[in-house]
Design a protein around this ligand. Structure first.
Ligand code: ZN
Length: 406
Protein backbone atom coordinates (compact mmCIF):
# COMPACT_ATOMS: atom_id res chain seq x y z
CA UNK A 1 0.00 0.00 0.00
CA UNK A 2 1.08 3.60 -0.50
CA UNK A 3 1.55 5.85 2.52
CA UNK A 4 -1.70 7.66 1.74
CA UNK A 5 -3.64 4.36 1.73
CA UNK A 6 -2.39 3.52 5.22
CA UNK A 7 -3.18 7.06 6.28
CA UNK A 8 -6.73 7.12 4.91
CA UNK A 9 -7.51 3.84 6.68
CA UNK A 10 -6.06 5.03 9.98
CA UNK A 11 -7.77 8.43 10.20
CA UNK A 12 -11.19 6.75 10.03
CA UNK A 13 -10.49 5.21 13.44
CA UNK A 14 -11.21 7.70 16.24
CA UNK A 15 -8.25 7.41 18.62
CA UNK A 16 -8.65 10.68 20.53
CA UNK A 17 -7.08 10.59 23.96
CA UNK A 18 -8.99 11.87 26.98
CA UNK A 19 -7.36 14.13 29.60
CA UNK A 20 -10.04 13.27 32.18
CA UNK A 21 -9.72 9.50 31.90
CA UNK A 22 -8.35 7.51 34.84
CA UNK A 23 -7.21 4.60 32.65
CA UNK A 24 -4.06 4.04 30.60
CA UNK A 25 -4.33 4.29 27.70
CA UNK A 26 -6.95 6.94 28.30
CA UNK A 27 -9.31 5.55 25.62
CA UNK A 28 -9.86 1.92 24.59
CA UNK A 29 -9.93 2.80 20.88
CA UNK A 30 -6.17 3.36 21.06
CA UNK A 31 -5.74 -0.27 22.13
CA UNK A 32 -7.90 -1.37 19.20
CA UNK A 33 -5.80 0.70 16.84
CA UNK A 34 -2.65 -0.78 18.37
CA UNK A 35 -3.98 -4.27 17.68
CA UNK A 36 -4.58 -3.35 14.04
CA UNK A 37 -0.98 -2.14 13.74
CA UNK A 38 0.19 -5.35 15.41
CA UNK A 39 -1.78 -7.47 12.91
CA UNK A 40 -0.47 -5.48 9.93
CA UNK A 41 3.15 -5.80 11.09
CA UNK A 42 2.69 -9.53 11.71
CA UNK A 43 1.29 -9.90 8.18
CA UNK A 44 4.48 -8.22 6.93
CA UNK A 45 6.46 -10.90 8.75
CA UNK A 46 7.66 -9.00 11.82
CA UNK A 47 7.28 -9.95 15.47
CA UNK A 48 5.30 -7.39 17.47
CA UNK A 49 4.31 -6.97 21.08
CA UNK A 50 1.51 -4.88 22.53
CA UNK A 51 1.37 -4.46 26.30
CA UNK A 52 -1.51 -3.56 28.59
CA UNK A 53 -0.63 0.13 28.37
CA UNK A 54 -1.03 -0.02 24.60
CA UNK A 55 2.61 0.36 23.54
CA UNK A 56 3.17 -1.42 20.23
CA UNK A 57 6.81 -2.39 19.76
CA UNK A 58 8.27 -4.26 16.81
CA UNK A 59 11.92 -5.07 16.19
CA UNK A 60 13.03 -5.44 12.59
CA UNK A 61 16.35 -7.32 12.57
CA UNK A 62 19.29 -5.86 10.65
CA UNK A 63 19.88 -6.82 7.02
CA UNK A 64 23.59 -6.07 7.30
CA UNK A 65 26.02 -8.25 9.21
CA UNK A 66 28.33 -5.49 10.48
CA UNK A 67 27.71 -3.85 13.86
CA UNK A 68 25.72 -0.68 13.20
CA UNK A 69 23.65 1.47 15.56
CA UNK A 70 20.06 0.46 16.37
CA UNK A 71 17.49 3.13 15.61
CA UNK A 72 14.00 3.60 17.08
CA UNK A 73 11.24 5.20 14.98
CA UNK A 74 8.42 6.53 17.13
CA UNK A 75 4.93 7.88 16.39
CA UNK A 76 1.87 8.33 18.59
CA UNK A 77 -1.42 6.57 17.96
CA UNK A 78 -3.74 9.04 19.67
CA UNK A 79 -5.18 12.22 18.21
CA UNK A 80 -5.86 15.48 19.99
CA UNK A 81 -8.94 15.93 22.19
CA UNK A 82 -8.97 19.64 21.22
CA UNK A 83 -11.50 19.18 18.37
CA UNK A 84 -13.85 16.37 17.39
CA UNK A 85 -12.13 13.29 16.00
CA UNK A 86 -15.30 11.32 15.46
CA UNK A 87 -16.46 10.21 12.00
CA UNK A 88 -13.62 11.86 10.15
CA UNK A 89 -14.46 12.12 6.45
CA UNK A 90 -11.15 12.66 4.65
CA UNK A 91 -11.27 14.00 1.10
CA UNK A 92 -8.47 14.39 -1.43
CA UNK A 93 -8.02 17.68 -3.28
CA UNK A 94 -5.92 16.70 -6.31
CA UNK A 95 -3.32 19.05 -7.78
CA UNK A 96 -4.04 21.94 -5.38
CA UNK A 97 -4.32 25.25 -7.28
CA UNK A 98 -3.40 27.67 -4.48
CA UNK A 99 -6.95 29.00 -4.00
CA UNK A 100 -9.44 28.65 -1.14
CA UNK A 101 -10.52 25.05 -0.50
CA UNK A 102 -14.19 24.68 0.39
CA UNK A 103 -14.20 22.22 3.27
CA UNK A 104 -17.91 22.49 3.92
CA UNK A 105 -20.17 24.35 1.48
CA UNK A 106 -23.23 24.08 3.70
CA UNK A 107 -21.51 25.74 6.67
CA UNK A 108 -19.26 28.00 4.61
CA UNK A 109 -16.03 26.61 6.06
CA UNK A 110 -12.95 27.45 3.97
CA UNK A 111 -9.34 26.40 4.18
CA UNK A 112 -7.72 29.55 2.85
CA UNK A 113 -4.10 30.44 2.09
CA UNK A 114 -4.93 33.95 3.35
CA UNK A 115 -5.28 32.51 6.84
CA UNK A 116 -2.83 29.61 6.36
CA UNK A 117 -0.11 30.86 3.99
CA UNK A 118 1.77 27.55 4.45
CA UNK A 119 -0.76 26.14 1.92
CA UNK A 120 1.08 27.99 -0.85
CA UNK A 121 4.06 25.65 -0.36
CA UNK A 122 1.70 22.81 -1.35
CA UNK A 123 0.52 24.12 -4.74
CA UNK A 124 0.45 21.17 -7.16
CA UNK A 125 0.23 18.65 -4.32
CA UNK A 126 -2.64 16.29 -3.57
CA UNK A 127 -4.00 17.38 -0.19
CA UNK A 128 -6.06 15.31 2.23
CA UNK A 129 -8.50 17.62 3.99
CA UNK A 130 -11.45 17.34 6.40
CA UNK A 131 -15.11 18.20 5.93
CA UNK A 132 -14.64 21.14 8.31
CA UNK A 133 -16.36 19.34 11.20
CA UNK A 134 -13.50 17.36 12.71
CA UNK A 135 -9.74 17.35 12.90
CA UNK A 136 -7.95 15.12 10.38
CA UNK A 137 -5.61 13.25 12.68
CA UNK A 138 -2.48 13.74 10.56
CA UNK A 139 -1.02 14.43 14.01
CA UNK A 140 0.12 11.76 14.27
CA UNK A 141 -1.38 9.20 11.88
CA UNK A 142 0.86 10.63 9.15
CA UNK A 143 3.85 9.52 11.25
CA UNK A 144 2.25 6.11 11.93
CA UNK A 145 1.45 5.61 8.21
CA UNK A 146 5.02 6.49 7.16
CA UNK A 147 6.56 4.04 9.64
CA UNK A 148 4.16 1.31 8.45
CA UNK A 149 4.94 2.03 4.79
CA UNK A 150 8.65 1.80 5.68
CA UNK A 151 8.03 -1.60 7.31
CA UNK A 152 6.26 -2.75 4.14
CA UNK A 153 9.16 -1.50 2.02
CA UNK A 154 11.68 -3.42 4.15
CA UNK A 155 9.53 -6.55 4.03
CA UNK A 156 9.47 -6.40 0.22
CA UNK A 157 13.17 -5.46 -0.12
CA UNK A 158 14.95 -7.78 2.31
CA UNK A 159 18.43 -6.89 1.02
CA UNK A 160 17.98 -3.13 1.49
CA UNK A 161 20.73 -2.11 3.94
CA UNK A 162 19.65 -1.29 7.48
CA UNK A 163 20.59 -2.05 11.06
CA UNK A 164 18.11 -3.12 13.74
CA UNK A 165 15.05 -0.89 13.60
CA UNK A 166 12.69 -0.66 16.55
CA UNK A 167 9.21 0.59 15.67
CA UNK A 168 7.37 2.17 18.60
CA UNK A 169 3.75 3.33 18.61
CA UNK A 170 2.71 5.14 21.77
CA UNK A 171 -0.68 6.09 23.24
CA UNK A 172 -1.73 9.30 25.02
CA UNK A 173 0.91 11.69 23.68
CA UNK A 174 -1.68 14.45 23.31
CA UNK A 175 -2.56 14.31 27.00
CA UNK A 176 1.10 14.51 28.01
CA UNK A 177 1.57 10.84 28.89
CA UNK A 178 3.07 9.36 25.73
CA UNK A 179 6.15 7.95 27.45
CA UNK A 180 4.75 7.50 30.97
CA UNK A 181 5.21 3.71 30.97
CA UNK A 182 7.85 3.45 28.26
CA UNK A 183 11.33 2.57 29.46
CA UNK A 184 13.66 3.50 26.59
CA UNK A 185 16.44 1.30 27.97
CA UNK A 186 14.28 -1.73 27.07
CA UNK A 187 14.22 -0.74 23.40
CA UNK A 188 17.98 -1.45 23.02
CA UNK A 189 18.18 1.49 20.64
CA UNK A 190 21.19 3.79 20.30
CA UNK A 191 19.08 6.74 19.23
CA UNK A 192 15.69 7.44 17.71
CA UNK A 193 13.48 9.83 15.82
CA UNK A 194 9.92 10.83 16.60
CA UNK A 195 7.81 11.37 13.46
CA UNK A 196 5.55 14.05 14.85
CA UNK A 197 6.46 17.30 13.09
CA UNK A 198 4.76 19.15 10.26
CA UNK A 199 6.35 19.83 6.85
CA UNK A 200 8.48 17.15 5.20
CA UNK A 201 12.11 18.15 5.61
CA UNK A 202 11.54 19.61 9.06
CA UNK A 203 13.89 18.53 11.84
CA UNK A 204 13.53 19.82 15.39
CA UNK A 205 16.01 19.29 18.17
CA UNK A 206 15.21 22.26 20.38
CA UNK A 207 12.11 22.44 22.52
CA UNK A 208 11.03 24.46 25.52
CA UNK A 209 12.20 24.03 29.07
CA UNK A 210 8.89 23.71 30.86
CA UNK A 211 7.50 24.10 34.36
CA UNK A 212 4.12 24.34 36.00
CA UNK A 213 3.45 26.94 38.71
CA UNK A 214 0.54 26.73 41.13
CA UNK A 215 -0.10 29.89 43.16
CA UNK A 216 -2.51 29.57 46.07
CA UNK A 217 -3.64 32.76 47.76
CA UNK A 218 -5.39 32.65 51.12
CA UNK A 219 -7.74 35.51 51.94
CA UNK A 220 -10.13 36.23 54.82
CA UNK A 221 -13.86 36.21 54.17
CA UNK A 222 -16.04 38.63 56.16
CA UNK A 223 -19.60 39.83 55.48
CA UNK A 224 -19.11 42.56 52.88
CA UNK A 225 -21.27 44.93 54.95
CA UNK A 226 -18.79 44.91 57.81
CA UNK A 227 -15.62 44.09 55.89
CA UNK A 228 -13.71 47.33 56.38
CA UNK A 229 -10.08 46.62 57.42
CA UNK A 230 -10.97 42.94 57.93
CA UNK A 231 -11.64 41.30 54.59
CA UNK A 232 -8.74 40.08 52.48
CA UNK A 233 -10.08 39.22 49.02
CA UNK A 234 -7.97 36.40 47.59
CA UNK A 235 -9.36 37.09 44.09
CA UNK A 236 -8.01 40.67 44.17
CA UNK A 237 -4.64 39.46 45.46
CA UNK A 238 -4.50 36.87 42.70
CA UNK A 239 -5.02 39.64 40.18
CA UNK A 240 -2.27 41.63 41.93
CA UNK A 241 0.09 38.63 41.75
CA UNK A 242 -0.40 38.36 38.01
CA UNK A 243 0.35 42.09 37.60
CA UNK A 244 3.86 41.56 39.02
CA UNK A 245 4.82 39.17 36.21
CA UNK A 246 6.38 40.61 33.03
CA UNK A 247 3.69 42.08 30.78
CA UNK A 248 5.25 40.98 27.52
CA UNK A 249 6.00 37.36 28.34
CA UNK A 250 2.67 35.93 27.24
CA UNK A 251 1.93 33.31 24.59
CA UNK A 252 -0.32 35.59 22.57
CA UNK A 253 2.48 38.08 21.94
CA UNK A 254 5.57 35.86 21.74
CA UNK A 255 7.05 33.64 19.02
CA UNK A 256 10.18 31.74 17.94
CA UNK A 257 12.68 31.80 20.84
CA UNK A 258 10.65 34.13 23.10
CA UNK A 259 9.57 32.48 26.33
CA UNK A 260 6.33 33.05 28.18
CA UNK A 261 4.32 32.56 31.35
CA UNK A 262 0.81 31.43 30.56
CA UNK A 263 -1.99 31.83 33.08
CA UNK A 264 -4.40 29.11 31.94
CA UNK A 265 -6.73 28.65 34.88
CA UNK A 266 -8.11 30.59 37.85
CA UNK A 267 -10.33 29.08 40.49
CA UNK A 268 -11.29 31.35 43.26
CA UNK A 269 -13.44 32.72 46.04
CA UNK A 270 -12.76 35.43 48.57
CA UNK A 271 -11.19 32.92 50.97
CA UNK A 272 -8.92 31.13 48.55
CA UNK A 273 -7.89 31.58 44.93
CA UNK A 274 -5.63 29.34 42.88
CA UNK A 275 -3.78 30.44 39.75
CA UNK A 276 -2.30 27.86 37.38
CA UNK A 277 0.52 28.84 35.04
CA UNK A 278 2.85 27.16 32.64
CA UNK A 279 6.36 28.59 32.31
CA UNK A 280 8.23 28.11 29.01
CA UNK A 281 11.62 29.14 27.61
CA UNK A 282 14.18 27.53 25.31
CA UNK A 283 17.06 29.17 27.19
CA UNK A 284 17.79 27.48 30.54
CA UNK A 285 19.00 30.71 32.19
CA UNK A 286 15.98 32.75 31.07
CA UNK A 287 13.77 29.82 32.19
CA UNK A 288 15.29 30.08 35.69
CA UNK A 289 14.84 33.87 35.61
CA UNK A 290 11.12 33.44 34.87
CA UNK A 291 10.81 31.13 37.88
CA UNK A 292 12.58 33.77 40.00
CA UNK A 293 9.89 36.30 38.92
CA UNK A 294 7.27 34.00 40.42
CA UNK A 295 9.27 33.67 43.66
CA UNK A 296 9.67 37.46 43.89
CA UNK A 297 5.97 38.11 43.33
CA UNK A 298 5.05 35.52 45.96
CA UNK A 299 7.57 36.91 48.49
CA UNK A 300 6.29 40.44 47.89
CA UNK A 301 2.66 39.47 48.58
CA UNK A 302 3.71 37.68 51.76
CA UNK A 303 5.60 40.77 52.99
CA UNK A 304 2.68 43.01 52.13
CA UNK A 305 -0.25 40.93 53.43
CA UNK A 306 1.25 38.46 55.93
CA UNK A 307 3.58 35.54 55.59
CA UNK A 308 1.08 32.79 54.77
CA UNK A 309 -0.88 34.73 52.19
CA UNK A 310 0.72 33.26 49.09
CA UNK A 311 1.91 29.71 48.56
CA UNK A 312 3.87 28.93 45.40
CA UNK A 313 4.72 25.49 44.04
CA UNK A 314 6.82 25.23 40.88
CA UNK A 315 7.35 21.82 39.30
CA UNK A 316 9.60 21.26 36.29
CA UNK A 317 7.86 19.33 33.51
CA UNK A 318 10.51 18.73 30.84
CA UNK A 319 13.69 20.27 29.47
CA UNK A 320 15.12 21.38 26.14
CA UNK A 321 16.62 18.33 24.45
CA UNK A 322 19.19 20.57 22.74
CA UNK A 323 21.42 20.47 25.83
CA UNK A 324 21.61 16.67 25.58
CA UNK A 325 21.68 16.39 21.78
CA UNK A 326 24.78 18.57 21.56
CA UNK A 327 26.73 15.42 22.42
CA UNK A 328 24.99 13.48 19.62
CA UNK A 329 25.32 15.79 16.63
CA UNK A 330 25.61 12.76 14.31
CA UNK A 331 21.94 11.90 14.98
CA UNK A 332 20.92 15.31 13.66
CA UNK A 333 23.44 15.22 10.80
CA UNK A 334 22.15 11.88 9.44
CA UNK A 335 18.64 13.33 9.16
CA UNK A 336 19.84 16.61 7.65
CA UNK A 337 21.87 14.69 5.05
CA UNK A 338 18.84 12.52 4.21
CA UNK A 339 16.60 15.57 3.82
CA UNK A 340 19.19 17.24 1.57
CA UNK A 341 19.64 14.06 -0.48
CA UNK A 342 16.00 14.08 -1.64
CA UNK A 343 16.38 17.71 -2.68
CA UNK A 344 14.65 19.49 0.20
CA UNK A 345 16.15 22.32 2.22
CA UNK A 346 16.11 21.22 5.88
CA UNK A 347 13.65 23.24 7.96
CA UNK A 348 15.17 23.69 11.41
CA UNK A 349 12.63 25.21 13.77
CA UNK A 350 12.60 25.42 17.56
CA UNK A 351 9.54 23.61 18.92
CA UNK A 352 7.32 25.86 21.04
CA UNK A 353 6.25 22.94 23.16
CA UNK A 354 7.64 19.57 24.12
CA UNK A 355 7.84 16.24 22.38
CA UNK A 356 7.99 12.67 23.57
CA UNK A 357 11.46 12.72 22.05
CA UNK A 358 12.53 15.44 24.50
CA UNK A 359 11.61 13.22 27.45
CA UNK A 360 13.24 10.18 25.85
CA UNK A 361 16.38 12.22 25.17
CA UNK A 362 16.62 13.00 28.89
CA UNK A 363 16.07 9.32 29.65
CA UNK A 364 19.10 8.46 27.54
CA UNK A 365 17.66 7.94 24.04
CA UNK A 366 18.70 10.89 21.83
CA UNK A 367 15.57 11.59 19.81
CA UNK A 368 15.01 14.59 17.52
CA UNK A 369 11.67 15.12 15.76
CA UNK A 370 11.02 14.84 12.02
CA UNK A 371 8.29 16.36 9.82
CA UNK A 372 5.58 14.10 8.36
CA UNK A 373 3.70 16.22 5.79
CA UNK A 374 0.80 17.10 8.09
CA UNK A 375 -0.16 20.73 8.76
CA UNK A 376 -2.46 22.94 10.92
CA UNK A 377 -2.80 20.39 13.71
CA UNK A 378 -5.54 20.00 16.32
CA UNK A 379 -8.49 21.39 14.40
CA UNK A 380 -10.69 21.20 11.30
CA UNK A 381 -8.13 23.04 9.13
CA UNK A 382 -5.68 20.19 9.51
CA UNK A 383 -4.50 18.72 6.22
CA UNK A 384 -1.80 16.43 4.88
CA UNK A 385 0.11 16.57 1.60
CA UNK A 386 0.40 13.15 -0.06
CA UNK A 387 3.63 14.23 -1.78
CA UNK A 388 5.12 15.39 1.54
CA UNK A 389 4.15 12.12 3.21
CA UNK A 390 5.95 10.26 0.41
CA UNK A 391 8.98 12.54 0.82
CA UNK A 392 8.99 11.82 4.55
CA UNK A 393 9.00 8.09 3.78
CA UNK A 394 11.94 8.57 1.38
CA UNK A 395 13.81 10.46 4.12
CA UNK A 396 13.27 7.49 6.49
CA UNK A 397 14.59 5.05 3.87
CA UNK A 398 17.74 7.15 3.41
CA UNK A 399 18.22 7.53 7.18
CA UNK A 400 18.20 3.75 7.76
CA UNK A 401 20.54 3.20 4.80
CA UNK A 402 22.96 5.88 6.05
CA UNK A 403 23.02 4.33 9.52
CA UNK A 404 23.80 0.90 8.00
CA UNK A 405 26.70 2.35 6.00
CA UNK A 406 28.31 4.29 8.85
ZN1 ZN B 1 1.70 14.89 17.66
Amino acid sequence: MRVADYFLNYVKINTQSDPNSKTYPSTSSQLEFGKLLQKQLQDLGFSVSIDNFGYVISRIPASVSSQVPNVALIAHMDTSPDASGDQIKPRIVYDYDGKDIILNAEKGILLSPQVFPNLLANVGHDLIVTDGQTLLGADDKAGVAEIMALAEFISENPTYPHGDIILVFTPDEEVGNGTLYLDPSQLSADFGYTLDGEAAGEISFENFNAAEATVTIIGASVHPGSAKNKMVNAISLAYEFDQYLPRFARPEITEKYEGFNHLYNIEGRVEKTTLSYIIRNHDPLLFEKQKTDFLSASAFLNRKYGKNTCDLVITDSYYNMKEKLEDHQEVIDIAIDAITEIGLAPIIEPIRGGTDGARLTYQGLPCPNLGTGGHNYHGPFEYASIQEMEQSLEILKIIIRKIARQ
